[in-house]
Ligand binder design. Structure first.
Ligand SMILES: Nc1ncnc2c1ncn2[C@@H]1O[C@H](COP(=O)(O)OP(=O)(O)OP(=O)(O)O)[C@@H](O)[C@H]1O
Ligand SMILES: [Mg+2]
Length: 206
């Protein structure tokens, strides 16, 4: 007679996601400063050699935290090209959502409640989501189908769910190669990515 495994013995999706976050975050935090620098340079070269940037003006990026792929060389190159760069800030009134605020060379940054530096959300510096041409998102783990696992706050999921399906905005995940996993255990609210760029590869999903 076979005994069925009780459901409670199976790791549920939530704990699988938590476990995956722990493992992949530890891996990226262990990358040396030299490896991080090389990855950042390779990323900038890859993005600039692609056809992503040329057609647009308004480009949202993030500042690396927790071992994330460093975007600063890319940001500097975008400034050189005369592009307008934006950073995510926690929405001051609507919990769980992000706003995108203009980031120039001389913009002052202040740590938010997670300790992540962000510009002040001054009205005249805000860029409506629908008017961004490219949004580069951080992520913790991704798979070969474009599924994305973030840090667990749902900030990008909530914010990107407001983009209309026919938006011209390209949403592109950035990650180290070591952040690829076999399969991201998904949840209904996760927004999958149509493109992901690592220092080694530009993934485009249909
Ligand atoms: N569109 C949404 N509306 C309301 N709540 C949402 C939405 N998207 C995600 N959430 C909530 O956010 C929480 C975290 O979601 P999830 O674990 O997918 O975060 P994440 O993708 O890792 O983080 P992030 O999106 O910030 O990178 C969940 O409790 C989920 O219910
Ligand atoms: Mg999610």
């Amino acid at each position: 007679m076979t005994t069925a495994t009780p459901n409670s013995a199976l790791p549920d999706t939530t704990s699988q996601r938590q476990q995956l976050r722990k493992i992949i975050r530890a891996q990226r935090q262990q990358l040396s400063a030299k490896m991080q620098q090389q990855a950042a340079t390779d990323l900038a070269a890859k993005v600039l050699a692609s056809d992503i940037i040329a057609p647009g003006q308004h480009i949202a990026l993030y500042l690396a935290n927790d071992g994330e792929l460093d975007t600063y060389p890319l940001i500097q190159a975008l400034w050189q090209l005369g592009k307008s760069v934006y950073l995510p800030v926690l929405h001051p009134f609507v919990a769980g959502y992000l706003l995108f605020v203009r980031y120039d060379k001389d913009t002052l940054l202040y740590p938010n409640k997670f300790g992540i530096p962000e510009p002040l959300a001054a009205c005249h510096r805000l860029m409506p989501l629908q008017q961004l041409d490219v949004i580069f998102t951080p992520l913790v783990a991704f798979d070969a189908a474009g599924n994305r696992l973030g840090m667990g706050g749902g900030f990008y999921d909530r914010t990107l769910s407001q983009l209309s399906p026919d938006s011209h905005c390209q949403v592109i995940g950035l990650a180290h190669n070591c952040q690829q996993v076999e399969a991201v255990p998904g949840e209904a609210w996760d927004i999958p990515l149509k493109q992901i760029i690592t220092p080694a590869k530009h993934w485009v999903f249909s």
